[in-house]
Design a protein around this ligand. Structure first.
Ligand SMILES: Cc1ncc(COP(=O)(O)O)c(C=O)c1O
Length: 412
């Protein structure tokens, strides 16, 4: 199939719910992707913080292939060694006691919301059901998680939304304190607002929220769907911040691209779900669980969590020095390998100009680029990405040059 046919068939047969770039990928290796026309790209999107081990990592490839050959799925009616092992690896690394597996970030948050409500009936009050969430947050696209998402853009047209979410400004502890009342059962926060433009929480804010939850006897829940599994240079962002959440949700990087989500919880909180209270047909099946084990063991064996911290610092340092040279870069921020660049120019145009030059980045906001490469990215690849970004910024600043520069990895 050629690129034109892929674009035509996509346009003809798929829902039009995504804004897609006119490129079709067919192969990846490490932090690089190749399109149908043989062009090579540095992948600083990583499937939106998903392909933690990069593309085609031999350990993940072997684990998934061997698992498919043995069996893919048997149902949560039975025990399977892969899921038991994946749960143990997550519990050991997080310090939380129990794991529920599902298939995505939205499902993990949906489960956490249900868990908090069920827990509150027994431990807080039968009436408590409200969850305090932040403006500018993103928690998913199911009805409950979109209702918990602090951005009306995702909610419009889907009313009536489930009720029970109290919105507060992010990084404003007094507002959270004022929002907690007898009906509150939990606080749900991202340690770094990812879709909101990579906005890290102030450490004092998160510690203050944790204290507030302890004082009030409500659950402190962190959405680590984007920040978890090494992305911030720690196994989990809450460890960087020195926190002890009651519930943590994960997805994205957890399966290295194989769809899987998880809820981690303290023993007494997990106990709120009795048999039959919640479930998922596919959740934690043998294929997904084998991928989780391969990802977690490889991150450890190859020291990739520390690597993410080091190479993330380098990325931010390089971008800061670019900011000194380039007036269209307003701010650089981030944690580990979750990094944002605020621009004075249209981020979508810079994203396109980067792609033309062989670098994938994502315009997460109209004037903000997000860079979240795989955790295996090398220092040289980081330097190369910043060089391409500099050329793209130059081209967007100088529209005559924008279309004139060829793709550096042309392989036709
Ligand atoms: C913090 C956060 N929570 C939840 C989600 C939803 O995850 P999914 O798209 O896997 O449902 C996302 C996705 O971007 C996210 O960044």
């Amino acid at each position: 199939m050629d690129t034109q046919t892929v674009l035509e068939w996509s346009d003809r047969y798929l829902f039009r719910n995504y804004r897609r770039a006119a490129v079709a990928f067919v192969r990846g290796q490490g932090a690089r992707l190749w399109d149908l026309d043989g062009r090579e790209y540095l992948d600083f999107v990583a499937g939106i913080a998903v392909t933690s081990l990069g593309h085609g990592h031999p350990v993940l490839v072997r684990a998934v292939c061997e698992q498919v050959a043995r069996y893919v799925h048997v149902s949560n009616l039975y025990h399977i060694p892969e899921q038991a092992k994946a749960a143990r690896l997550l519990a050991e690394r997080s310090g939380l006691d129990r794991v529920f597996f599902c298939n995505s970030g939205a499902e993990a948050n949906e489960a956490a919301i249900k868990l908090a409500r069920k827990w509150a009936k027994a431990h807080r009050s039968p009436q408590a059901y409200e969850i305090v969430v932040a403006h500018n947050s993103f928690h998913g696209r199911t009805l409950a998680t979109v209702a918990a998402t602090g951005n009306p853009r995702y909610q419009q047209g889907f009313d009536p939304l489930p009720e029970g979410f109290r919105f507060v400004p992010y990084n404003d502890l007094a507002a959270a304190q004022a929002a907690v009342g007898p009906l509150t059962c939990a606080v749900l926060m991202e340690p770094v607002q990812g879709e909101g433009g990579v906005i890290p929480a102030d450490p004092d804010y998160l510690r203050g929220l944790q204290d507030l939850c302890r004082q009030e006897g409500i659950l402190f829940m962190l959405d680590e769907v984007q920040t978890g599994v090494g992305r911030t240079g720690a196994w989990f962002a809450f460890q960087r911040y020195g926190l002890q959440p009651d519930v943590v949700t994960l997805a994205k990087g957890l399966g290295g691209g194989v769809p899987v989500g998880a809820v981690l919880a303290r023993e007494d909180v997990a106990a709120a779900f009795a048999p039959g209270d919640h479930g998922s047909t596919f959740g934690g099946n043998a294929l997904a669980a084998a991928a989780v084990c391969a990802v977690l063991e490889t991150l450890e064996a190859e020291g990739l969590v520390d690597h993410a911290a080091r190479v993330g610092d380098r990325l931010q340092a390089q971008l800061r020095s670019l900011a000194e040279r380039h007036p269209s870069v307003r701010e650089v921020r981030g944690v580990g390998l979750l990094v944002a660049v605020d621009l004075e120019v249209d981020a979508g145009m810079v994203e396109a100009a980067c792609r033309e030059r062989g670098l994938l980045v994502n315009a997460v906001r109209p004037r903000t680029l997000r860079l979240c490469p795989p955790l295996v990215v090398s220092a040289e690849e980081v330097d190369q990405a910043v060089e391409i970004l500099e050329q793209a910024l130059g081209a967007v600043g100088d529209p005559a040059a924008a279309g004139g520069v060829g793709h550096p990895h042309e392989r036709r």
